[in-house]
Design a protein around this ligand. Structure first.
Ligand code: FDA
Length: 300
């Protein structure tokens, strides 16, 4: 991020949350599960699938973790009761990863058991590099124990990912492939946009050739077109993969992809902890950060 964009973001972060909220709501279904259900219903009616995320990360007490898990259980019950075409995305730091690994493992296991009674699926989002190895270890442990209804995320910006997927392809892992949203040191992550894209394409090819089910998570036209080429060349059925996008981003492209016959899942975050998530989205799109800043300070 260049200096001006960094400055803009700092000003936004110093502004009262109430002023930033209307802009943040572009990316968030609302503060309550009902809001998310309403949005997912609308998406489903347009032929889109969804994944729900109860916002929050990095809890520091067991009580907070248990509350987060309770919220996730409620989401699974609600998806089932309201017949939504949706699954669940979670963050392990919400489930106590930084408190105690065994505690986190048993929390996730309980959630997967509930999900499997509904034939539903839980995706473990990938967080910053301090959690990568722990996340892959937990994922592999649960797969070894027979849980098939769990998937993981890999980040194309991370130098280690090519090696990591060697441990995932033999498991025919269900993987979401994204560029990576966290700011990491150059020793761990590619910084150049083209280098990240090249790695994304390389990883996507490896995963599809290994017959892994891939959630191709990107809004980048170049990467979407590269995925189209692989889909054609490998003669993939539309159930062999899915595209994934964030709620509120590139809506027109998303609808066109579905009209073209691809399956697409929208990531739908909701909840009271909308602030940190929105700041990450503003970082990804400095143009939006500029709009926010202008609207905050310029009376037109
Ligand atoms: P890029 O950022 O280059 O965007 C391409 C174009 O899309 C931009 O030029 C712009 O037009 C538009 N665009 C992108 N972001 C926008 C925004 N916020 N607002 C408006 N327009 C925007 N990361 C991670 O580390 N762990 C995870 O678990 C996940 N999970 C995840 C799920 C899903 C479904 C998606 C789509 C993404 C993630 N990510 C993630 C985030 C991911 O790593 C990445 O940061 C973003 O997807 C942005 O990268 P793109 O590939 O979209 O390219």
């Amino acid at each position: 991020m260049n200096l001006t964009n960094r400055l803009i973001l700092s000003i936004i972060q110093l502004s009262p949350k109430g002023l930033v909220k209307p802009f943040a709501m572009r990316y968030i279904a609302g503060e309550r599960l009902d809001d998310a259900v309403r949005l997912v219903r609308a998406l489903n009616s347009k032929g889109l699938m969804a994944t729900l995320d109860a916002l929050g990360e990095n809890v520091s007490t067991r009580e907070e973790s248990l509350a987060a898990i309770g919220a996730c259980e409620q989401i699974l019950h609600t998806i089932n009761e309201t017949h939504l075409n949706a699954n669940l995305s979670i963050k392990l730091t919400q489930f106590g990863l930084k408190i105690n690994e065994e505690f986190c493992y048993s929390n996730l296991k309980r959630l997967l058991e509930i999900a499997s009674t509904y034939r539903n699926f839980v995706r473990i989002d990938m967080e910053d590099s301090s959690t990568t190895s722990l996340t892959f270890n937990l994922y592999k442990r649960l797969r070894t124990e027979g849980f098939e209804n769990v998937g993981v995320v890999i980040q194309a910006n991370m130098r280690r990912t090519e090696k990591d997927i060697r441990g995932l392809t033999p498991l025919k892992a269900n993987v979401r492939l994204c560029k990576g949203a966290y700011i990491e040191p150059e020793s761990l992550a590619f910084k150049d946009g083209d280098e990240i894209r090249r790695n994304y394409v390389k990883l996507l090819k490896t995963l599809l050739e290994a017959q892994c089910y891939v959630g191709i998570a990107t809004h980048d036209d170049f990467l979407i077109n590269s995925a189209y080429q692989f889909i054609r060349q490998m003669n993939l059925k539309k159930t062999d993969y899915e595209f994934q996008m964030l709620h509120g981003v590139k809506v027109r492209l998303r609808d066109k992809m579905v009209a073209d016959g691809h399956r697409l899942r929208v990531y739908v975050p909701f909840g009271r902890h909308w602030y940190a998530y929105s700041i990450r989205r503003f970082k990804e799109n400095p143009q939006i950060a500029r709009y926010v800043l202008r609207a905050l300070f310029v009376r037109e």
